[in-house]
Design a protein around this ligand. Structure first.
Ligand SMILES: Cc1ncc(COP(=O)(O)O)c(C=O)c1O
Length: 454
């Protein structure tokens, strides 16, 4: 068979090192000309190799050799774990060495500052760099309004108990949402009012009702690449939410933790539409740099600065100077901008592969969310299936996913949703992982049907 000849030849080229793991394969046209076979024959050969996970495709880009091709061909029995659970950034894409240089330089530059307490609001020289960098995200502000925090979670946690200028008491929160924020609400006995967020956004009439009648001091929202759904608001939705906040004197805490990864540069944060000074912006460096740095920032209205800084003082006096200094140097040297550009492309590629795999393999009874970048997405199972059953089933085939139950307020609780983070899964395993999840769901459906018969 003609297509088998192509498969054999490609395998030989990889084994000889002529085609490296991870590299792009010749285009369909190039190979069809080289072999004088039809394009259909080449497509068939590529499809066969993709089915056996020797190569993988990236829509609108082409076909690539899987990273562990040689290891598979040697017949190793070692099991691979496909980890959709870990929410840290892609380890291979992290700038350890560059950052190590920046840390060393920061020790030199800031050694005197290490012997004393530093600025409560964060190093001014870092805040100047941050104000510059924020412009790339359409956030125009001054260093005086930026506070450096020990991870953006610290700012979120502090805002929960802080008095707000509107004198109101309750907090409105999307459902589901980031689990640590749910924990912050619970630990500080905050009264939380949930509003459902799905792939089609939120019900803006319902949001208006809540703003109007429920004594809301702020609405906590993750405007892009929401955790856990991965969904983003459109600019029109963002404008409308900002308008509602102005009308009903509600503050918004806009958590733009992954804004840097947005491939669509026309998408603005809500902060860009604010005309009444009610948007508080937070940004994390955990997804784009390293979570272990514990570095984040918030842009606060002048009227709230004093209270916020009192709370920050009580929490930890200031964020460590060493990591602040290293980030400042990293930003100043232009390394951050180059790194962000690289990561944006990387996560977009992962997002495209994941969404294609969902579309191709998941049974119609399972609905999925997510966008073409960012880390997170969810799969919602039909009501009679439980997330924990799927998680247990998948563990047996070395696929890890997270239970989204902890991301809901008690009155919104769902026990049939799993969250996937694609950040630490190699491109060539994403599709195979989703296939295993689809098989796991089908297995559960079958078991349920058998139990019904008995
Ligand atoms: C939506 C969201 N906001 C904020 C954070 C906290 O980030 P940081 O590490 O900067 O505290 C996370 C962490 O995963 C998150 O998912």
């Amino acid at each position: 068979m003609k297509y088998a000849m192509i498969v054999k030849e490609i395998e030989k080229r990889i084994a000889d090192g002529y085609l490296k793991p991870g590299s792009k394969l010749p285009s369909i046209r190039a190979l069809s000309e080289e072999f004088s076979f039809s394009k259909n024959t080449v497509i068939k050969a590529y499809q066969k190799m993709e089915k056996s996970h020797l190569i993988y495709s990236v829509p609108k880009s082409g076909f690539y050799v899987v990273e562990d091709f040689l290891f598979r061909r040697e017949g190793s029995k070692e099991k691979i774990t496909i980890d959709f659970l870990s929410a840290g950034p892609d380890k291979q894409a992290m700038p350890y060495l560059d950052f190590q240089h920046c840390i060393n330089q920061a020790i030199e530059t800031y050694k005197e500052d290490m012997f004393t307490y530093s600025e409560l609001q964060g190093l001014y020289s870092l805040r100047e760099q941050l104000a510059d960098q924020l412009q790339d995200l359409q956030v125009f502000t001054v260093p005086e309004r930026i506070a450096v925090v020990t991870g953006s979670q610290q700012a979120l946690h502090l805002f929960v108990s802080l008095p707000f200028p509107n004198g109101k008491k309750n907090i409105c929160v999307e459902q589901p949402t980031h689990a640590s924020f749910i924990e912050s609400l619970r630990l500080q006995n905050a009264v939380a009012v949930g509003i459902e967020r799905t792939s089609s956004g939120i019900d803006l009439d319902r949001l208006e009702e809540i703003f109007k009648h429920q004594d809301i001091k702020f609405f906590y929202t993750v405007s892009r690449f929401h955790n856990p759904t991965g969904n983003s608001y459109t600019n029109t939705e963002k404008k409308r939410i900002v308008e509602l906040a102005r009308t009903y004197d509600v503050y918004i805490i806009e958590d733009d933790y992954m804004g840097d990864l947005d491939p669509d540069l026309k998408q603005d944060p809500m902060f860009a539409y604010d005309t009444s000074g009610r948007i508080i912006y937070t940004k994390s460096f955990s997804k784009i740099m390293l979570p272990g740095l514990r570095l984040g920032l918030t842009v606060i209205p002048e009227t709230m600065k004093k209270d916020f800084l009192r709370a920050k003082f009580a929490a930890d006096i200031h964020t460590p100077v060493l990591t602040q200094g290293a980030l400042e140097i990293y930003l100043k040297n232009g390394m951050f901008a180059a790194h962000v550009k690289k990561l944006r492309n990387k996560y977009r590629k992962k997002g495209i592969i994941l969404q294609k795999a969902y579309n191709e393999y998941l049974p119609p009874s399972a609905t999925y969310s997510g966008s073409l970048s960012g880390f997170y997405s969810t799969i919602e199972l039909s009501n009679n299936l439980k997330a924990y059953q799927l998680i247990d089933q998948l563990k047996q085939v070395n696929v890890l996913v997270d239970n989204a139950a902890k991301m809901y307020l008690p009155e919104f609780k769902k026990d049939n949703v799993v969250r996937l983070s694609v950040s630490q899964v190699r491109d060539e395993w994403i599709s195979a992982g989703v296939q295993k999840i689809a098989e796991g769901i089908m297995e559960l459906i079958k078991k349920k049907q058998i139990m019904k018969v008995f």
